[in-house]
Write a protein of this length. Structure first.
Length: 209
């Protein structure tokens, strides 16, 4: 069964609280999501492997730790996932970015694919699939399956807010994919929105309705 990591760092929780406020404007919302994404990936990457490397400082030679193993790929689920990319790139500038375009049918709540393009070496990378909201889990599960269908298996799911229903869906469909969230909320409402949540993350990012 996949593990769920909930980050309770005070800075993350403070910034997320401001994002939840309906009076927070688009500009501040985008900035906060960028900042939280960077703080979260610091923890998501905690168990990445390192190796000993010899370098020479201005004083002497020494052995230091540097990242080893698979390079990183970031796969935002369009469109709201785009709001998390820059924060992660700021911390991991050599990461490559792919894109998966999905939308949720308002009647069936099922995901519909309209775009998928991954780095050419995606199967050789540790992939962070990012999307602010994990609601029903349908879109995230479909995105992960699209990635697996292209030969990729080293996948982590990174969300700002999750509902228990979405977490259960990912654990059922993809027990090999660990989940990283800033908050685990109460439940979904009848329209598939997270309660208390923060509304539609894409609309609040881009000023649309």
């Amino acid at each position: 069964m996949s593990k769920v990591h909930v980050f309770d760092h005070p800075l993350i929780q403070h910034k997320l609280s401001i994002m939840r406020d309906k009076n927070t404007g688009n500009k501040q919302f985008r900035e906060l999501l960028d900042e939280i994404a960077m703080l979260m990936v610091y923890e998501v990457a905690r168990d990445l492997p390192t190796e000993d490397v010899e370098i020479e400082t201005p004083i002497c030679k020494t052995t230091v730790k540097m990242l080893s193993g698979k390079p990183i790929g970031i796969i935002p689920i369009l469109r709201a996932g785009l709001g998390m990319v820059d924060g992660i790139i700021n911390l991991i500038p050599n990461a490559k970015v792919g894109h998966i375009g999905l939308y949720r049918d308002p009647e069936t709540l099922q995901p519909v694919e309209y775009y998928c393009k991954l780095p050419v070496d995606a199967e050789q990378r540790e992939l962070f699939v990012v999307d602010p909201m994990l609601a029903t889990g349908g879109s995230a599960s479909a995105a992960i399956q699209f990635i697996k269908d292209r030969g990729c298996h080293n996948i982590r799911l990174v969300n700002l807010i999750a509902a228990p229903e979405g977490v259960q869906r990912i654990q059922r469909d993809h027990p090999d994919v660990n989940i990283y969230v800033a908050a685990m909320d109460e439940k979904l409402n009848d329209h598939g929105y997270i309660i208390p949540g923060l509304g539609d993350a894409g609309d609040r990012l881009f000023g649309t309705k």
